[in-house]
Write a new protein. Structure first.
Length: 437
């Protein structure tokens, strides 16, 4: 993965261009060895692509020579050359992904096996990773609350994986060729290899040589296909010399998640979290029934537009409890009328909430992010990208309310709203629901 930077379609190109003409681009010796190894085992790595290094120490794959054409096969990696973690024995009670755990242990095993045929592949992996497990205390202070949640999940999982590896090493030392007790650095490195470079194929988690040097872009230039014999990568559009070959690591991943899990900020994302959360209880069951607990649908798009489902759920929070309870069972046409009638009120309440959300993503002008140490610059970059979306959303809401001529909604405290035409017995409880939002 690239080191401290914000990924864009042009950045790797710009960084690598300083190396000279792409037709003369040179690959590192370990990459050349891997290319030769893959071809000797029946795989394909096109001569029209090369692995180049950027100024941050990361790597990427670019087109060379005359470029590549749409549909051109660029890689074909046989399954036998991959490292696979099986998830077949996963049970519903297990909260660890067994495929990821098995692959983590497999990486440790292969690295300590002097006869492993995968060593030629392992030598191409980064010497240094920049994902969230390496964030220090200063870095963590600069993280948004959303990123901190992802970070804590990552650390908890790393600790559990590490404890399991040490226990297996103690009870089954032959599994790791009698290696000395794993160091903290070895455990961190193996974990990072799995969680920044592997992908899922069906039930399995897989590390794929050469393929894992492809960087992320929300608008990828390559398509991945799994076949019975292996993994293929083809160009989805024509690319000239120097253009980077990219894939998407997952459209479901927010910028905050990409920052922690992979260690970069991404300017090709399509949406951010709405921070719409509520406590599930008897009073909020209508929200659950209406689909308001599915965070993937409750997003703000890159241009600041709120997703339709988010608007619907915001409207539900400003309805009296009785109306909210009956809403999920109403015909779609009546639901649409309710959403339209209460839209501006809900948007105004949420607009005030967005002001608070924005402050949760510190900039370079805010302490403790006013530093260039460690990973702080990349965290700043991620915060800036996300904050811009919230500001755009707030501006859109303000513009819509102003153009409509709607009266301003009065908001008390941290989101309490006075509503007209509301049953007196429900007023206090309904205002508490809005506050919890």
């Amino acid at each position: 993965m690239p080191r401290v930077q914000i990924l864009s379609a042009a950045l790797l190109l710009t960084a690598a261009a300083a190396m000279g003409d792409y037709n003369e681009a040179h690959e590192a010796s370990e990459v050349k060895a891997l290319r030769k190894y893959i071809k000797s085992r029946g795989g394909v790595v096109s001569d029209n692509i090369k692995v180049v290094a950027d100024e941050w120490g990361g790597r990427g794959v670019v087109a060379v020579g005359g470029g590549v054409e749409t549909g051109e096969l660029l890689m074909s990696i046989p399954w036998e050359l991959t490292l696979v973690g099986s998830n077949e024995k996963q049970t519903e009670e297990e909260d660890l992904n067994m495929g990821e755990l098995h692959l983590f242990l497999r990486v440790l095993k292969e690295r300590h096996d002097p006869k492993s045929e995968h060593r030629v592949y392992l030598r191409t992996m980064p010497a240094v990773y920049t994902n969230g497990v390496y964030f220090d205390e200063k870095d963590l202070q600069c993280l948004s609350p959303n990123s901190k949640v992802h970070h804590q999940h990552t650390i908890n999982q790393l600790e559990r994986f590490g404890a399991i590896a040490l226990e297996v090493q103690k009870t089954q030392p032959e599994s790791f060729a009698g290696a000395a007790k794993f160091s903290r650095e070895e455990l961190f490195d193996a974990y990072s290899a799995v969680f920044t470079r592997a992908l899922r194929s069906g039930k399995d988690t897989v590390l794929i040589p050469f393929f894992d040097m492809l960087n992320h872009n929300g608008n990828p230039s390559a398509a991945v296909q799994f076949t019975e014999v292996g993994v293929t990568v083809s160009a989805v559009r024509d690319m000239g010399p120097g253009e980077e070959l990219t894939i998407s690591y997952g459209g479901h991943l927010s910028p905050a998640a990409l920052l922690v899990y992979y260690g970069f900020a991404d300017d090709s994302f399509t949406n951010v979290s709405s921070h719409f959360n509520f406590e599930v209880n008897e009073r909020t069951q209508p929200l659950v029934k209406a689909g308001c607990s599915n965070q993937q649908d409750l997003v703000i798009y890159r241009d600041g537009t709120l997703s339709p489902k988010l608007v619907e759920c915001l409207v539900l929070t400003v309805l009296p409890q009785a109306n909210r309870t009956e809403y999920p069972d109403l015909p779609a046409s009546e639901q649409a009328e309710i959403v339209e009638a209460n839209r501006l009120t809900a948007l105004q309440v949420y607009g005030k909430h967005l002001v608070t959300i924005t402050t949760q993503y510190p900039s370079a002008y805010d302490s403790p992010c006013d530093s260039t140490d460690g990973h702080i610059p990349i965290i700043q970059g991620s915060n800036d990208l996300i904050r811009e979306v919230y500001l755009a959303a707030k501006q859109k809401i303000d513009d819509e309310v102003r153009e409509s001529g709607a009266a301003e909604v009065e908001v008390k405290g941290k989101g309490k709203r006075r509503r007209r035409q509301q049953d007196a017995e429900d007023e206090d409880e309904d205002e508490e629901d809005v506050e919890r939002l």
